[in-house]
Ligand binder design. Structure first.
Ligand code: NG1
Ligand code: ZN
Length: 552
């Protein structure tokens, strides 16, 4: 066969296989709408009831193969999880080569594939995209994937495998992992043959990297003791493995809600989202006063901390508190090293950050704050603008990014005193304790206990930096959430026209009042956030604003 004919044959084979496999993973008809269900790649990929997902996951496999080919065969990750959602949901998201979220321009391609009407249309969309981006379909494609502990996971992983097979991609199934572990593995694979490999590209390499860095930065401190609610998800098993690789003299972890083999219990009355939204203890905990507790979410990329005082009152230490703690500690070490003018720290938050945290970071720590729209990809990109970018959503999803220049500066720094030396050494070790690819509950746990150990603080000392303003988050079901358009990092409504002025009028009636409305990216509803000086006023403001928007 002539070379050209051979090439054509490879492409024709792929297209034929894509159609054939697609017929085995048809789009599910949505009875309630009397039409095929329409999908959107949202804040966290595709996420919905697992019954609708099989065709979507199959098609994500095709897209992952193209994405890899478009990036010269770099390894792409696919994670099957629905995070903090109920057990019957599932979801799928793509991971780019450096462990980052999928590049925004590709989200539209994912949406297009997911909504192709027929098997033939899907193959056509695949060919069209490869032609428009000049992607050579004969080139190798490499994809790795994993899933959380949901019952629907194995079947969806099988659909993904079919997508990768049809498109001729090489693949590795990592079975059950946390989301951040897969991000770590993707980055480690893609940096393996560079001068700065990120880590051993496997699960054991992940534990080794974190535990070595943690042991070094703890040095003569410890043991830190913490009770962790694992949301009955993947985080419990994985955290046990991490804990087993750390000496007891540094860290002792007690895990509760660790029934990952009962997926129907996932996130039920427990986990980071429950604790944050209900502002209460998870089921299955009887805290000792002033002991440190934490909750993970279903795929262990979020963490929140809490404790009870002597009177058994509950105190939440959420993402804003973690960001404030991390920014404070890193800034202190930079001052101690005399590097505060060379390496600039910044914090990135969303509009959901408690107003007290923003004031504390800006006015007490004197650290700049950037506000971005919801969704960690926005925060991540904004954090990359700083030498050290601390980013956290209030719900506990976040991390700290050190720029390559900052890491070099620390590595080559010549200390003039033992105090300077210890500050720089600790900063350099912190870089490896922190997962640089994405928010990671396990890595954030190590970061927090490290800081508390260095400060000789308990959770109440940490909490005393500032007092949260009372706040309320309300979910409102509306006719058309897409009618809600925002500006100024989602803090003001542009549409429906006139509503913002009415919100302003309400807000002005409350001391320290603040409220905003935006459409959820993961649920069919809008969210109303309100804060004010007292609990009563925050609740009242939230209800009034909710009342205002519910008719749209
Ligand atoms: P939506 O549904 O767009 O508000 C929620 C969280 C986000 C983010 C995503 C992805 C809040 C208010 N919103 O998004 O912060 O974590 O889920 O999981 O917590
Ligand atoms: Zn999550």
């Amino acid at each position: 066969m002539a070379e050209q004919d051979q090439k054509d044959q490879i492409i024709l084979d792929q297209l034929r296989q894509i159609e054939e496999f697609s017929a085995q993973h048809p789009r599910v008809f949505d009875e309630s709408r009397g039409a095929l269900r329409v999908f959107t790649y949202g804040t966290a990929g595709f996420r919905m009831h697992a019954d609708y997902l099989e065709s979507v996951v199959y098609r994500v496999g095709l897209l992952a193969a193209l994405r890899s080919r478009n990036l010269d065969g770099s390894t792409i990750g696919v994670m099957i999880t629905a995070s903090h959602n109920p057990p019957e949901d599932n979801g799928v998201k793509l991971i780019d080569p450096q462990g980052e979220m999928l590049e925004a321009s590709w989200e539209a391609f994912a949406t297009k594939f997911a909504n192709a009407d027929s098997d033939v249309d899907l193959a056509r969309a695949y060919l069209d995209l490869s032609e428009s981006l000049n992607i050579n379909l004969e080139k190798p494609a490499n994809v790795v994937y994993a899933r959380d502990t949901r019952a629907s996971g194995p079947a969806l992983a099988a659909a993904l495998k079919d997508g990768l097979t049809a498109s001729g991609a090489a693949m590795t199934n990592y079975e059950v992992l946390t989301t951040p572990q897969l991000h770590y593995i993707v980055k480690s694979i893609n940096t393996a043959s560079t001068p700065t490999p990120y880590g051993e590209p496997n699960e054991m390499g992940y534990y080794a990297k974190l535990s070595d860095a943690f042991a070094a930065v703890m040095a003569d401190k410890g043991p830190a003791i913490v009770t962790v609610d694992a949301a009955n998800g993947v985080g419990g098993t994985q955290l046990r493995k991490l804990a087993d690789s750390i000496d007891d003299k540094f860290l002792q972890i007690n895990i509760v809600n660790n029934a990952s083999d009962s997926p129907e219990k996932l996130n039920a009355l427990c986990g980071a989202d429950f604790v944050k939204t209900q502002q209460t203890l998870p089921a299955g905990t009887e805290p000792v006063p002033l002991a440190l507790h934490a909750s993970l979410d279903g795929d262990a990329d979020r963490i929140v901390f809490y404790y009870v005082d002597q009177a058994k009152r509950f105190f939440l230490l959420d993402g804003d508190k973690i960001a404030s703690l991390a920014a404070m500690f890193i800034q202190e070490l930079l001052v101690q090293a005399g590097l505060q003018n060379k390496i600039r720290v910044g914090v990135v938050q969303t509009a959901y950050a408690n107003g007290s945290s923003t004031r504390y970071i800006q006015e007490v720590l004197k650290v700049p704050v950037t506000v971005t729209p919801t969704g960690v990809k926005h925060l991540h990109h904004a954090a990359q603008q700083y030498d050290v970018g601390v980013y956290f959503e209030a719900n506990g999803h976040g991390t700290v990014l050190f720029s390559a220049a900052a890491a070099r500066e620390l590595a080559s720094f010549e200390a003039q005193s033992p105090g300077q030396q210890s500050a720089v050494t600790n900063l350099a070790r912190l870089i490896d304790v922190i997962n640089q690819t994405v928010g990671d509950a396990m890595s954030d746990l190590l970061l927090v206990v490290t800081i508390l150990a260095h400060k000789a603080w308990g959770p109440a000392d940490w909490n005393s930096a500032y007092t949260d303003l009372p706040n309320r988050l309300v979910r409102v079901v509306v006719r058309d959430r897409f009618g809600f358009k925002t500006e100024d990092a989602e803090r003001r409504l542009v549409e429906p026209v006139g509503v913002q002025a009415q919100i302003d009028d309400l807000v002005n009636k409350y001391k320290l009042g603040r409220s905003f409305v935006r459409a959820s990216g993961t649920e069919d509803a809008v969210r109303v956030y309100a804060e004010a000086e007292t609990r009563l006023e925050a609740d009242e403001l939230a209800l009034k604003v909710a009342d205002l928007v519910k008719n749209y």
